[in-house]
Design a protein around this ligand. Structure first.
Ligand SMILES: Cc1cc2nc3c(=O)[nH]c(=O)nc-3n(C[C@H](O)[C@H](O)[C@H](O)COP(=O)(O)O)c2cc1C
Length: 198
């Protein structure tokens, strides 16, 4: 059985990029993947700003990632790149932290002009952490994401379909997919047949 760490890189309490990550997380769980969630709020600002590698919260993240098979990281686009707070956290991971991991990046931004921010900004950092396989990420603009009355993120259909396909590709790239190895068509078919809500 595979284990995946999710890392939410937005400093906002109500976060669109985190909403995308939650959707991906529910999808993983519906296929039997164990998800271990982390977000910036799990880490004291001091530990991030002053690079406290030995802080228990940082150590816990390092250990959980070391024991996992994959990572899904989400971020808002800030100033044409990923969030600075996420960088503070990624800087505290060991050099080969992702060498056994499949990685799926998710990003949201106000403008379609910054859809390549993951490729030119975040991907090099993931590569420097020796990510075993970085899957093509999902970028959604704020226009495609709205908040429902119940506080749930409503995701436009095209983004939702792309996210489903990306998660299924991600599952297929996990080093230890176990019972959850599915191709994108099969996963989409199962979602339709099973009426799975994610
Ligand atoms: C400080 C700041 C900088 C931003 N810079 C950009 C930017 O350069 N390009 C862009 O497309 N959106 C930019 N945005 C918009 C956010 O990326 C967008 O609203 C995103 O969906 C927020 O994600 P979140 O809700 O997960 O924090 C910026 C927002 C903030 C607060």
């Amino acid at each position: 059985m595979s284990t995946v760490v999710t890392l939410s890189g937005s400093p906002s309490a109500r976060s669109r990029s985190d909403g995308l990550l939650q959707r991906a997380s529910h999808l993983l769980q519906s296929f039997g993947v164990t998800v271990k969630p982390f977000s910036l709020s799990d880490f004291p600002a001091d530990a991030l700003v002053y690079a406290h590698f030995d802080h228990p919260a940082i150590q816990r993240l390092q250990k959980t990632i070391a024991e996992a098979d994959g990572l899904i990281v989400s971020t808002p686009v800030y100033k044409s790149a990923y969030s600075g707070s996420l960088k503070l956290l990624l800087d505290l991971l060991p050099e080969r932290a992702l060498s056994h991991h499949a990685v799926l990046p998710l990003a949201t931004g106000g403008s379609p002009a910054h859809m390549l921010a993951v490729d030119y900004a975040l991907q090099p950092v993931l590569t420097s952490l020796k990510a075993r396989h970085i899957l093509g990420g999902i970028y959604a603009t704020d226009k495609a994401l709205s908040w429902g009355e119940d506080g749930e993120l409503i995701i436009a259909e095209d983004i939702s379909n792309r996210l489903n396909a990306a998660v299924s590709r991600f599952i297929a790239h996990l080093p230890n997919p176990g019972v959850v190895q599915l191709d994108p068509h099969e996963l989409n078919a199962q979602i339709r047949i099973g009426g799975i809500s994610v």
